[in-house]
Design a protein around this ligand. Structure first.
Ligand code: FES
Length: 121
């Protein structure tokens, strides 16, 4: 049912945690299930230097958070803003149809964190 990548990122999630002095923080709550994802960013010269996440949700949501964090670390804010939820799901080699909504949290929460950073600027 799940790809090897989903299982890998769920059982060994990358970049879990909090950045106490984050430059940007974003949160997204799933309208369909109530699960939530919080993203913390450190930004330097327009580049995401560090990213951490806290996800209170299912395995697919945790795998999506982990994959998203790996996709954007070291990327510019413009590149990160261009990342879509479909990109995250594709990088995980897909998700079962009933679980696609779980991946929706990842890019949306990331974009909220970038917006939070930019609003401070
Ligand atoms: Fe809620 Fe997956 S079931 S995020």
């Amino acid at each position: 049912m799940y790809s090897d990548k989903v299982i890998d990122h769920f059982t060994n999630p990358r970049n879990v945690g909090v950045i106490a002095d984050a430059d940007g923080v974003g949160e997204k709550v799933s309208a369909s299930c109530g699960d939530r994802m919080k993203i913390f960013l450190k930004v330097s010269d327009g580049v995401i230097e560090d990213i951490k996440f806290q996800t209170y949700g299912c395995g697919a949501a945790i795998a999506s958070s982990s994959m998203m964090s790996e996709l954007v670390v070291g990327k510019t804010l413009e590149q990160a803003l261009a990342l879509t939820n479909d990109d995250v799901a594709a990088a995980l080699d897909g998700l079962p149809a009933p679980k696609m909504h779980c991946s929706n949290l990842a890019a949306d929460a990331l974009h909220e964190a970038i917006k939070n950073y930019q609003d401070k600027g």
